[in-house]
Design a protein around this ligand. Structure first.
Ligand SMILES: [Zn+2]
Length: 334
């Protein structure tokens, strides 16, 4: 079954009955399921949660995720400083009706190219006061070539949003100039993105997001410093240096090199995972050299730890091939 809104066909919104009753919990689940796509698990960092899901604070989103885990809809796979990895809970397994219907709805709303996907990170909805209901209304309206009557819009979104929430969303969107209401119904104004941005500036939503990001960066830098890792500014500085192996100036996709290679750091030097990124063992390397040396080390793991502190060996030769030859000699040394 499909709906026609201002001449545009929309698939019926089938909201499975097993989803959480609370609409915010439902949205969080659909967003996570949409981002998961056909993957098995997804890492949700604090930053992602904040930009995508959080309106007031991470605590509220954290509580909702916890609720979804205890309801068997999501499962917590692992947790680390870079975020928590979630997967599908038992109840969302594929080939069950609930699993398939949820996946379809999540994909339609928040999956790749979905109705609302590229609007998710707009501060207006999550950090402003336009909320997820505003997000969904804008998502639908931007696909409609002309005005949509409000009763039709309500009938279409009924499985997802109550008429009251739709009324509030329309009122707020009209107030900030994003939509126009006339006798035909509601539609986005032609320069709605300009008005959305204006609202984000004037309501302080962008400021709140920036303040959040700065806070997270400071926290991450403090954490890195405690572990002897490069902070963000140091990291940017390090990877702006020429490749440590071939000497080429830093380019796009410059990477972080570990020397001695991580494998030896763990096996022969007993580095703990928390110390693997210590500033003293990382430098700048181009992707090509990193791939080359990485593959080489993987193939030659039986070799002992290289004696890399050799005054006669320079890893900054003129030619890439020469560098690779020299590094091979160093690694083979007993
Ligand atoms: Zn290189």
């Amino acid at each position: 079954m499909s709906f026609s809104l201002s001449g545009e066909r929309f698939p019926e919104l089938v909201v499975p009955s097993g989803l959480p009753k609370s609409s915010s919990e439902k949205i969080v689940l659909l967003v996570v399921r949409g981002l998961l796509g056909s993957g098995i698990e997804i890492r949700l960092s604090q930053r992602l949660l904040t930009t995508v899901l959080s309106r007031v604070g991470n605590e509220a989103v954290g509580r909702r995720l916890k609720g979804l885990v205890s309801a068997g809809l999501l499962v917590k796979v692992s947790s680390s400083s870079s975020g928590t990895v979630y997967g599908k809970g038992k109840r969302l397994a594929s080939r069950t009706r609930l699993g398939d219907e949820t996946a379809r709805l999540a994909k339609f709303l928040f999956g790749e190219g979905g109705l609302c996907s590229d609007l998710l990170e707009r501060s207006a909805f999550c950090h402003g006061k336009l909320n997820h209901s505003g997000l969904i209304v804008v998502g639908v309206l931007r696909r409609c070539p002309s005005a949509v009557s409000v009763p039709e819009l309500k009938a279409y979104l009924k499985p997802l949003l109550s008429p009251m929430r739709i009324n509030t969303a329309i009122k707020k969107l009209k107030l900030c100039g994003v939509i126009a209401v006339n006798s035909e119904g509601v539609c986005l104004v032609s320069d709605w993105e300009f008005f959305l941005h204006k609202y984000e500036l004037e309501s302080g939503a962008i400021d709140r997001v920036n303040a959040r990001n700065t806070k997270f960066e400071t926290q991450r830098d403090q954490y890195s410093r405690r572990l002897g890792r490069l902070n963000l500014a140091d990291y940017k500085y390090v990877v702006s240096a020429p490749c440590v192996a071939c000497g080429r100036p830093a380019g796009k996709g410059q990477e972080k090199e570990h020397f001695p290679p991580k494998f030896y750091l763990r096996r022969d030097l007993g580095f703990l995972e928390s110390a693997i990124d210590h500033w003293s063992v990382v430098s700048s390397i181009c992707r090509e050299c990193n791939d080359f040396y990485g593959a080489w080390v993987t193939k030659n793991r039986s070799l002992p730890l290289p004696t890399f502190l050799d005054p006669f060996v320079s890893l900054r030769c003129k030619k890439l091939d020469e560098d690779k030859r020299v590094l091979k000699l160093v690694l083979q040394r007993h």
